[in-house]
Design a protein. Structure first.
Length: 341
């Protein structure tokens, strides 16, 4: 048996010396070690060996392993030679060459939205999505704007045949969020809004807001001022000052308009603040008890505040843009300036 194995080994060595391709190695492996290969046939004879089956078996196993190693080594050598050849070949790829492919970029509004989201999440807020198509109830009634209320006129929008609307403000998501979370709640929800509006440099029929709600025991206007100041200071990269003026919204009581001392001239007066020193930035207020009740929250136990930041306005301020229409224009000349480096 040892002789037979040696014969096969010699045959393999000779064959391997003439092989230059990995595929031929594989063919040789099948010829010798495959199902009806030469070595496999020898194993089949084992059952007829009268004595010393164990010893003969050992000889066969050792021979098989040796042959297997011979073929594997040759395969490895051929694979390495292939790599060497490629490395040394004249064909070199210059990975620093420009590919000519254009790289996209984030929309300026997305950049600001993400920055604001980051500040609020660092203060324990969740970020929620809102629907663009909303029920009339969520958009109006749930936030205390019943049918025939004049506030509905100011937010004329696009109505669908089934009676639903394209949401006119992110406040439309308040009811879902109040119902989804039990107090304490800290949530922001950015989203696209629509109004049946004549378009000019500061009005769009399609625009973005970023709404926030805070509901807990003993929430006060102080909390609202704190969170807004924190956010604005991070976005404008300096400590900002804010002030509240009285406002009116059916869903807050009291309601305010929040102004920020112009971060560009520190209040001295410049074109951005129209020389007034303050920039009107964000309507806000204490959530009306009826809105809490509509969201399943007891206003005797909990109170809340809310704000509706104009995301387009924040974007325009941050990037010194003066026409809101640019933001939906797809104007590449403008957008390319925000390319990711
Ligand atoms: N939803 C209002 C609008 O679009 C803005 C607003 C005002 C949102 C006061 C609020 C708020 O959350 O408290 O005109």
């Amino acid at each position: 048996m040892q002789n037979k194995i040696n014969e096969i080994k010699n045959y393999v060595v000779e064959k391997l010396s003439g092989i230059n391709a990995q595929a031929d190695c594989q063919a040789l492996r099948v010829e010798i070690l495959g199902k009806s290969g030469k070595v496999t046939e020898l194993f089949k004879l084992l059952k007829d060996v009268p004595e010393e089956k164990g010893k003969v078996g050992q000889i066969l196993n050792a021979g098989k392993a040796e042959i297997d190693a011979l073929i594997s080594n040759k395969e490895k050598a051929l694979a390495n030679a292939e790599i060497e050849k490629e490395i040394n070949s004249a064909e070199k790829i210059d990975i620093t060459l420009p590919t000519g492919a254009e790289c996209g970029s984030l929309h300026p509004r997305t950049i600001i939205q993400r920055e604001i989201e980051e500040v609020f999440t660092s203060m324990g807020f969740v970020v929620e999505d809102g629907n663009e198509v909303e029920t009339e109830y969520n958009n109006f009634t749930a936030v205390n704007v019943p049918e025939n209320h004049p506030a509905r006129d100011m937010q004329d929008t696009f109505w669908l045949d089934n009676g639903e609307v394209l949401k006119t403000h992110t406040s439309a998501s308040q009811n879902r969020i109040l119902k989804k979370y039990a107090p304490p709640i800290r949530a922001i929800f950015p989203g696209r809004c629509f109004r049946n509006e004549d378009v000019d440099a500061s009005h769009e029929n399609t625009f973005f807001q970023l709404e926030g709600v805070i509901v807990d025991k003993d929430v006060s206007v102080g909390n609202l001022i704190y969170f807004m100041k924190e956010m604005l200071s991070k976005i404008f990269k300096k400590q900002v000052e804010v002030r509240l003026r009285p406002g009116f919204f059916p869903f807050t009581e009291p309601s305010f308009e929040m102004d920020v001392r112009c971060p560009f001239c520190d209040g001295k007066g410049c074109p951005t603040c129209k020389n007034g020193g303050w920039i009107e930035l964000c309507p806000c207020g204490m959530i009306h008890p009826q809105v809490l009740r509509n969201g399943g929250i007891d206003p005797e136990v909990y109170s809340g505040c809310a704000f509706g930041l104009g995301l387009d306005r924040m974007t325009m301020l941050s990037f010194n843009l003066n026409d809101i229409r640019e933001l939906n224009s797809g104007n590449l000349k403008l957008l390319k300036q925000f390319k990711i480096k």
